[in-house]
Design a protein around this ligand. Sequence first.
Ligand code: COA
Length: 158
Amino acid sequence: MSVAIYAGTFDPITNGHIDIIKRSAALFDKVIVGVLVNINKKPLFEMDERLVMIDEVLKDLENVEVKTFSGLLVEFAKQEGANVLVRGLRTTTDFEYELQMAQINRKIDDTIDTMFFATDPGLSFISSSAVKELWNYDQDISEYVPEYVIWQMQKKKK
Ligand code: COA
């Protein structure tokens, strides 16, 4: 069985992430969305809130599971029986960073490979921070995140 991990902070999940998850779900038997307990970022959404949002927006994808992890991504992958790490490439800047991460991860464990998806061009400039920034300035973010996420963001603003 082919199991892939798509990891991130997902604060919040965006249509860019969802695009990569859907395309992965079409290729692998199972996709695990790994939500990092990230001590380097101060998230807008608590872990529980992020998990609820991700579950809700991915509920139609039967072969996708959502789990939290801390520590090394390859360790999490091994623990879950996954042999592929999925990443999205938005720009050449992503490429440089992602190549280095893929090589580090391969150095730690060469039984786990990284696969890259070229991001949909219409979504290549999105990040969770950009969505939050636009939202702070009352801009329309409906192209970038699902309705459910907007609803949760509205609750935060209040
Ligand atoms: N569409 C939209 N946004 C995307 C995207 C896509 N396809 N791909 C990435 N992004 C966004 C993310 O939302 C994130 O936005 P933010 O910085 O505003 O939160 C930004 O681009 C960077 O993405 P990413 O590099 O995936 O960061 P992340 O914090 O979401 O996830 C991990 C980083 C979890 C993959 C990485 O830190 C990790 O593997 N950590 C575990 C420790 C480890 O094993 N390290 C490697 C060995 S040292």
